[in-house]
Design a protein around this ligand. Structure first.
Ligand SMILES: [Zn+2]
Length: 490
């Protein structure tokens, strides 16, 4: 059995200033895609399933970029055509797996995944199974689901199961061919702008457990809870439950509406605390034990921010912390300056705050260059085994705080960026980083406590600051008249 594998993955933050060109995408084509073998990623999982089930993977194209602004139309068309031509060239195939995100927005196309799924379906015809895997931060449509035979979002945030969900998707292709059935998927959208919510604890964990219980019901193939991506102004924004059943559309809809109802009823439990940087530092200091991790959720490159925000670092410097490290701030100029000066040098730096006014002022500081690194790392918690390139890195000692500066935009996933420059986070009272929840996969087991800081930034929990022109209905928590379900008169 020949399984074609292709994908375009992008989480588009429509509030980002700049569009995203083709050059920003990491691109793997053909046999180069086999490099993902052994990685706990969508592609790695797809390849593992093919190997385990004795299928022949047919790699076409896999592209992905760091979350950023709206994708340039020409870039998307280029990738889409390459995928369609690849599928034509490799015919006959027995199934298609698309590795997607779900929150992709192209200039002129609000629903990247819907457009791509419909185009692929049109090309391969109704007889060939087409399934897809997603990030749970997707905003998805019924149009997209109708073009697919299976919709598999990762269940966890941190996304520790991307590879496992891809394996399930491949298994569905095989099952469809062997047992000759046609799955159906229903998309139920709830008008909730879901704050970034981990599934490792609290209300996110409880809700995921309920979804998994529904998934175990007779005839249900999958229940995917798409938290949705609130940092985008499109007409498909919200939280979505996608239920795939063997052949029963009414059952898919019934389960979807039931889960949507429980999401709506639980909405107040998802309302996040929003501490300023100063409040977060104060709260972290009174926690017993160490290390106490402060995550600056509002400057999470994994949601499209610049990563050069200075709010939290400034609060730490103002508090005159001495037993603290920060990993990391993105500022390629300062990293280059440190590499130029070399270890042992003392340099005057203008650090961060260069992208816009929202993420804080540029800090004029003096730093001692303690260590340098090329920034090539391998992820060790979420997406384990995947390479990550942070560009030239420097560890600067600034007023007693160890500050790591990187060159490429990324959030902090695990302690590797600290280890790279010789920092054992276990020895510090305060460990600061920029991430909303993915860091939990790498830090939850070692942190004595986690405190979330939410100063101004493009991924703040204060989502009312973003202008919305395209949402078709009132949305919780920003509109008082938001409602869901019959009892609310809809
Ligand atoms: Zn995500």
């Amino acid at each position: 059995m020949r399984i074609a594998i292709a994908g375009i993955s992008h989480e588009t933050n429509s509030y980002c200033r700049d569009p995203t060109p083709a050059a920003d995408f990491h691109q793997l084509r053909g046999d180069a895609m086999f490099r993902a073998r052994g990685q706990e990623s969508q592609l790695g999982g797809a390849l593992a399933a093919c190997e385990r089930l004795g299928l022949t993977p047919v790699p076409i194209l896999a592209v992905g970029a760091q979350p950023s602004g709206i994708i340039e139309r020409a870039a998307y068309e280029l990738f889409k055509q390459e995928i369609l031509h690849g599928l034509e060239r490799e015919a006959p195939i027995d199934g298609v797996l698309l590795n997607l995100h779900g929150a992709g927005v192209v200039d002129g196309i609000e629903d990247l995944e819907g457009d791509l799924a419909v185009s692929v379906r049109k090309l391969v015809g109704e007889a060939i199974p087409v399934v897809a895997t997603f990030d749970l931060h997707g905003n998805v449509t019924q149009t997209m689901a109708d073009a697919l035979d299976g919709v598999f979002a990762c269940h966890h945030y941190p996304h520790i199961d991307l590879h496992l969900r891809a394996e399930e998707a491949v298994e569905l292709i095989v099952k469809m061919r062997e047992e000759n059935f046609r799955p159906v998927s229903h998309v139920e959208t709830v008008p909730i702008l879901m704050p970034t919510t981990t599934t490792f604890l609290g209300p996110g964990k409880a809700m995921l457990e309920a979804m998994l219980e529904a998934e175990a019901e007779d005839g249900v193939i999958d229940v995917s809870w798409f938290h949705g991506f609130p940092y985008t102004d499109t007409s498909v924004v919200g939280t979505h439950v996608v239920v795939t059943t063997r052949e029963d559309r009414a059952a898919a809809e019934r389960v979807g509406k039931r889960m949507a109802e429980s999401l709506w009823n639980a909405r107040e439990t998802f309302r996040p605390r929003s501490l300023s940087a100063e409040e977060a530092v104060t709260e972290a200091l009174i926690q017993p034990g160490k290390p106490v991790v402060i995550n600056e959720t509002s400057d999470n490159c994994g949601g499209g921010t610049p990563g050069d925000g200075t709010h939290l670092l400034k609060a730490m410097l103002d508090a005159e912390l001495t037993d603290a490290c920060f990993g990391f701030i993105v500022d390629a100029d300062v990293a280059a300056q440190a590499h130029e000066a070399g270890t042992g040098a003392t340099i005057n730096i203008d650090l961060g705050g260069k992208y816009d006014d929202l993420h804080g002022d540029t800090l004029n500081l003096t730093g001692y260059v303690k260590a340098l690194h090329d920034g090539h790392l391998v992820m060790q918690a979420m997406a384990k085994g995947s390479p990550i390139n942070l560009g030239p890195m420097a560890r600067l000692l600034v007023d007693g705080i160890d500050v790591i500066v990187a060159s490429a935009r990324s959030q902090t996933f695990d302690p590797e960026p600290f280890l790279a420059v010789g920092i054992d986070v276990m020895r510090y009272k305060i460990v600061a980083l920029k991430s909303s929840n993915h860091f939990r996969a790498g830090f939850q087991d070692l942190a004595a406590a986690i405190v979330t800081a939410d100063p101004p930034g493009l991924t703040t929990h204060q989502i009312q600051i973003f202008e919305r022109n395209k949402a078709p209905q009132p949305l919780w928590p920003i509109h008082k008249d938001a409602s869901y379900g019959e009892q609310h008169g809809q």
